[in-house]
Design a protein around this ligand. Structure first.
Ligand code: C2E
Ligand code: CA
Ligand code: CA
Length: 525
């Protein structure tokens, strides 16, 4: 019992914990998704910005191409004006091959492109060229992006975007989420904002997302630190927490309800025995040859203090499942013995008692039955133990010995619900038996008095061959009675003859109706 209680607490604990564990798991996945989406959004925004600025740069180059590169003296002012008043640009200018002819920042012939960008450019220059740079001659510490377009003649125009414009935008985005954002034009210098500590913990890693432009050679990558993943998870989890708490409570309530029902059946049966809530009903059995009662089957009943009747198949199954069937049957035997002491019955009265498999296999079984037989010994009864086929399967040898022992003492053995046990019929040879009680299901299958009911017919034939007595259970109609009588079934039990009744009712019934023949008029149609 102690162990069972402890297990109960464990079940409750597990039930309460389950939604939380599932919650942690699901919110972790949801948070990862949210985090990923945020990374993607950020990368898309930065990429948009970079593409926008690239558009401006190429527009600018288009404008510059209208000027004659060789006339810097006359156009220099225009170039200077365009370069300084247009947003984003550090410098713009005109070139011939590697030579800068005219620059908005330095005027005429300020030097070579290579000198300006601190980087050797492919030679000969491609028609168009873009690359991010770590710095330029004028501002070596500040990144920039070079855009360049050249005619086959070697003349062309360039525009230098000041990296600060990009960095400011990237900073604004990376600061709020502690992201690291990098932007790279054509595998050039990585313009970078923010810094990530790479130390990841057990569950949370830094996440990275990289996206390429399909219009320009731009790559953006955004990395979020583990702390962001934790923050996102914490947020989702806190949102989910009230629901998890409600689910936890619900699970605990369901589990406790289930436990109570499980625990309590055991306790309830024990209490029911102590409070004398159990009673026995007896259902008479008819003998078609003597046209009188043959005996009765004892059927247990349980009425709760609130007046509710518990169905026998329910509480018997519960008692079997919770190891209470033996004490319950022992109690039943006492109740029957008390009832029987009040009866006046004809000699040879069959008293059917249902025995559960567990009881049959228990060492106390033979003794329990002997004690009961001794108590009712002053009545001319034949005790019939009703066993199911299933109860004969395990420990067959010992069970066969016990039954043989009891049979020698005048107790008879019946197989209850015959044909429903799904087991081989070999036990019919192993065990010494007296009766087969044919299950109600086969009786229900009878369709007409002179038709055939193959399985039922086979069972009846089998019983006759084995020289066993046969009883038809659950006989409800005159047609079924007629059929069974015609096929040599001697014993009949069912509502047609009598319903289960209390001991007092049975005493009355035996005295008044029990010896009357079952006169039902059957009309075949
Ligand atoms: P069972 O041993 O097959 O008992 C016969 C059941 O069929 C009884 O149900 C009885 O009331 C019902 N019955 C009898 N005639 C008719 C009929 O014409 N039509 C219909 N529809 N039903 C009929 P009950 O009393 O509800 O018992 C159900 C089962 O519970 C029993 O089936 C038996 O397996 C178990 N049981 C009852 N009392 C005991 C007991 O004291 N010990 C054990 N181990 N099991 C018991
Ligand atoms: Ca029975
Ligand atoms: Ca039965």
């Amino acid at each position: 019992m102690q162990k069972k209680r402890e297990r109960g607490w464990l079940v409750l604990f597990a039930a309460g914990l389950l939604p939380l564990i599932l919650g942690v798991f699901f919110t972790f996945i949801v948070a990862q998704r949210i985090e990923q989406r945020q990374l993607e959004n950020t990368a898309d925004m930065v990429l948009n910005h970079a593409e926008n600025i690239s558009d401006h740069a190429w527009d600018m180059i288009g404008q510059l191409e209208q000027y004659d590169p060789r006339a810097c003296g006359t156009i220099g002012k225009d170039i200077q004006r365009i370069g300084s008043i247009t947003a984003y640009f550090r410098a713009v200018g005109l070139i011939h091959n590697n030579q800068v002819l005219c620059s908005s920042a330095y005027g005429q012939y300020p030097g070579t492109l290579q000198g300006m960008t601190h980087r050797s450019l492919p030679s000969p220059h491609p028609d168009t060229w873009v690359q991010s740079l770590a710095g330029t001659a004028g501002a070596p510490q500040r990144p920039a992006v070079l855009f360049l377009r050249q005619q086959p003649s070697g003349y062309g125009a360039y525009a230098l975007i000041d990296g600060q414009y990009l960095l400011d935008f990237m900073h604004a985005l990376s600061l709020s989420r502690s992201y690291q954002i990098t932007m790279q034009f054509n595998h050039g210098y990585r313009i970078e904002s923010g810094h990530i500590d790479t130390d990841s913990n057990l569950f949370f890693n830094s996440n990275k997302y990289r996206v390429n432009s399909d219009r320009y050679p731009i790559t953006i990558s955004v990395t979020s630190p583990p702390s962001e993943a934790i923050k996102a998870w914490r947020q989702v989890f806190l949102t989910f927490l009230p629901m998890a708490a409600i689910l936890s409570l619900l699970f605990v309530a369901l589990a406790s309800n289930w436990l109570k029902r499980r625990l309590s059946y055991r306790d309830e049966i024990r209490r029911g025995i102590a409070n004398e809530e159990f009673t026995v009903n007896y259902q008479p059995v008819y003998n078609t040859t003597t046209a009188s009662y043959a005996g009765a089957e004892a059927l247990m009943r349980w009425q709760w203090p609130d007046g509710e009747w518990v169905r026998p198949d329910v509480f018997i199954a519960a008692a079997e499942a919770e190891g209470m069937i033996i004490p319950l049957t022992q109690h039943l035997l006492q109740l029957i013995a008390k009832d029987v002491s009040q009866w006046e019955v004809q000699p040879g009265f069959h008293l059917g008692i249902n025995v559960a498999a567990e009881h049959l296999q228990h060492p106390c079984f033979v003794n329990d039955i002997r004690q009961f037989a001794a108590k009712v010994a002053d009545k001319p009864l034949v005790i019939i133990l009703e066993l199911t086929e299933r109860s004969l399967i395990s420990e067959g040898k010992q069970v066969a010995e016990k039954l043989a022992l009891l049979r020698r003492e005048g107790i008879e053995i019946a197989i209850d619900d015959f044909g429903t046990g799904n087991c081989s019929l070999s036990y019919l040879q192993t065990f010494e038996l007296d009766y087969l009680k044919i299950d109600r299901g086969f009786i229900n299958a009878i369709e007409s008095v002179d038709g055939e009911t193959p399985v039922l017919d086979a069972i009846i034939n089998l019983s006759h061959k084995l020289e066993l007595q046969v009883l038809g259970e659950g006989v409800e109609t005159p047609m079924q009675l007629e059929y069974l009588k015609n096929h040599g079934v001697v014993f009949i039990q069912g509502y047609l003859y009598a319903r289960p009744m209390s001991s007092e009712a049975l005493i009355h019934w035996l005295a008044n109706e029990g010896t009357l023949p079952l006169t039902t008029v059957f009309h075949a149609n």
